[in-house]
Write a protein that binds this ligand. Structure first.
Ligand SMILES: Nc1ncnc2c1ncn2[C@@H]1O[C@H](COP(=O)(O)OP(=O)(O)OP(=O)(O)O)[C@@H](O)[C@H]1O
Ligand SMILES: [Mg+2]
Length: 477
């Protein structure tokens, strides 16, 4: 492990007051003792339910070299004799450390927002740009008021590329975060009904996403889904934010990063694209039309940061789907293999459509069937019932043979499915589990998708335990 920050640098960045014998340097930054690595500095952030100061002793036990704590909490920390930097506000100190990291960075910085596909695109960028340089990127979906400054503060001075996921539930959340990140390239993957609960329309969502353009580094670029209905609005807002380089990616003929040909296969896609006037062919080793769209954003961003696009395109051939985001398992059912597509990480109308299309594109074997196992899409507010029932048309237009539904919101879809649809509804994931295990048979393709809160990852676990799997990217042949 190499030095991330010297203690002097951290004191200067946070503007804090050192207390005790400072170490020379720290190797990382942590805000959670469960994932703390020896050598880290522990920032005692106060979250919604927990206060990091309550974990100060645990942090030292886990190997934290120094603690960043709030002045007001000092009396409560009692006789703790660890080295500390004392600040008025720990989250503000983390932000300041992030600002210092950004100021010293030589890296090309890319920020990703959108209603779906932020993490998938961020991870595809991490993977592909690793072929051409040292990459730093957000862990998991660390895209909020603590995740973004934490990711910044963790950025080493010598990385070549850094990728930040920026998310939001409300208007006004992206603006302060992107002003910390100051990206050279700001990507909007797509605009759709996610977290709609706090918004009245998709235009309002687009406007909130467009805040990302307000932090673009001078001379930087906006990279926006050209196929999205809200491209004109987003392009206008980017220009209004002072971004003069606004580029589109997609199959639209006006896209600068344009898909010219695509073949979607069960376990990969082949694409041809014009990337800033150059013809690029690529094999993308994760299937799905939405993955192709994310890959175009990757190629566009790679071009905009001056990376070798040919090498980046080649690296798309070794992409691996993230757990819960399209990862495949081949289950060993006693009577023959079953393909399981794990989409249990989250769901909104756009990603539901993408996943149903993925199921449609995946061939069954022999007598096998396509089984869609769908749970509630959360955070859709008053639009929820309508957005759930609308999926009936999506399903009816595909060769989905069996539909298994669970969750209070999915009742609306159960009521809307056309007569003759082979479907079952249960109240929750636990209630659906035995039926799912009974239903699955040899040759089937099963796609499991819901918002995380509904717990459909337990259904994935149940199937994998029942029919011990060989995880992989392949469909049964
Ligand atoms: N470009 C896309 N368009 C539509 N759906 C997509 C796209 N990319 C990924 N998805 C779908 O969205 C799901 C979630 O993807 P991902 O985790 O990348 O989204 P996210 O924007 O990071 O979500 P979160 O807001 O939870 O952080 C995937 O499993 C896939 O089904
Ligand atoms: Mg995410």
């Amino acid at each position: 492990m190499t030095v991330l920050w010297t203690a002097d640098e951290l004191i200067e960045a946070t503007g804090g007051r050192p207390l005790g014998t400072m170490p020379d340097a720290v190797l990382g930054i942590s805000i959670d003792t469960r994932s703390l690595v020896p050598g880290d500095a522990f920032f005692a952030i106060k979250g919604d339910t927990m206060d990091g100061h309550d974990f100060a002793t645990a942090a030292i036990k886990a190997g934290a070299r120094l603690l960043v704590v709030a002045e007001g909490k000092l009396p409560a920390l009692g006789r703790l004799s660890a080295p500390m930097i004392v600040v008025p506000d720990v989250l503000a100190a983390l932000e300041k450390t992030g600002v210092a990291a950004r100021a010293r960075a030589q890296a090309k910085i890319i920020a990703v927002t959108g209603s779906a596909g932020k993490t998938s695109t961020k991870e595809a960028l991490r993977h592909a740009l690793s072929a051409v340089g040292k990459v730093h990127a957000s862990a998991a979906s660390f895209n909020n008021h603590w995740g973004v400054p934490l990711t910044l503060a963790r950025m080493h001075a010598d990385c070549d590329y850094a990728i930040f996921e920026i998310g939001m539930n409300h208007e006004g959340e992206i603006r302060p975060l992107v002003k910390l990140v100051r990206p050279h390239v700001a990507i909007v993957t797509m605009v759709g009904a996610a977290h709609l609960g706090h918004f009245t329309s998709l235009d309002d969502i687009a406007k909130a996403k467009a805040e990302i353009f307000e932090g673009v580094f001078p001379g930087g670029a906006a990279l926006v889904n050209r196929d999205d209905e809200r491209w004109p609005l987003l392009a206008r807002l980017a220009a209004e934010a002072g971004v003069s380089n606004v580029f589109g990616f997609g199959e639209d003929e006006n896209a600068v990063y344009r898909l010219t040909n695509v073949a979607l296969h069960a376990d990969h896609s082949l694409i041809s694209a014009t990337i800033a006037g150059r013809e690029i062919a690529a094999r993308i080793s994760v299937p799905g039309r939405h993955v192709v769209q994310n890959a175009l954003a990757v190629l566009g961003a790679a071009d905009l940061v001056g990376a070798d696009v040919e090498k980046v395109a080649l690296a798309l051939g070794t992409l691996v789907a993230e757990a819960g985001r399209g990862r495949r398992h081949v289950l060993r059912h006693p009577r023959g293999p079953v393909t399981l597509i794990d989409e249990s990480y989250n769901a909104n109308p756009a990603s539901m459509r993408a996943a149903i299309a993925l199921l449609e594109a995946t061939p069954v074997a022999g007598e096998g069937r396509r089984i869609a196992v769908l749970g509630d899409m959360l955070e859709l507010g008053s639009h929820s019932a309508a957005l759930h029932s609308e999926l009936a048309d999506v399903i009816a237009a595909t060769r989905t043979d069996v539909v298994l539904l669970a969750g209070p919101e999915m009742k609306a879809l159960a009521g809307a499915l056309p007569e003759g649809t082979n479907f079952e509804y249960r109240s929750g994931a636990e209630e659906l589990k035995p039926l799912l295990i009974d239903t699955v048979g040899p040759g089937d393709v099963v796609m499991i998708k819901s918002s995380k809160g509904i717990g459909f990852s337990r259904l994935v676990e149940a199937l994998v335990n029942q029919f011990p799997a060989g995880a992989g990217n392949a469909a049964p042949s």
